[in-house]
Design a protein around this ligand. Sequence first.
Ligand SMILES: Nc1ncnc2c1ncn2[C@@H]1O[C@H](COP(=O)(O)OP(=O)(O)O)[C@@H](O)[C@H]1O
Ligand SMILES: [Mg+2]
Length: 150
Amino acid sequence: MPAEGYILLRRVFPVPADAIDQAGQVSTEVRRLLRGLGVEPEVVRRAGIVCFEGEMNIALYTKGGRIVLVVRPDRVELLFSDRGPGIADIDLVKQPGYSTAPDWARELGFGAGMGIPNMEENSDALVIRSRVGEGTVIRATILRRSDAAD
Ligand SMILES: Nc1ncnc2c1ncn2[C@@H]1O[C@H](COP(=O)(O)OP(=O)(O)O)[C@@H](O)[C@H]1O
Ligand SMILES: [Mg+2]
């Protein structure tokens, strides 16, 4: 009998910088993979939101990075890492409405400053680690308990 931490699936997705036209592709693929594994629809929905917001942020604000999807019997993990510029004030970026999105991104409907708040709301745990000048790593955990409340 495998332990709870057993890995059912692990996938790595590169996310290039400035590829706004491609943004959303990773979250679409993540949802498809999770559905294919029979992951609970509510967990697929939450993972899709978390992935989309993290993917958009890597594309919009960083020099590029990657997303790692890990599926375990009891949880889905999404790990976002990028090559900088890093986040100086993590409490500030967690605040609803805080955004440094440029005007061109706002014109496309981005920059509401709700991405990271939505990632927190749709995860059971969200850990952000960042080093200015180096990059940011975000680990989102979504539990697969059927009683996992939002
Ligand atoms: N990976 C990242 N690296 C550096 N800064 C980031 C990253 N992700 C988010 N940010 C910063 O945090 C702010 C808030 O992000 P978010 O809550 O997704 O809102 P929005 O994308 O609408 O601005 C962004 O405007 C940006 O300044
Ligand atoms: Mg965002």
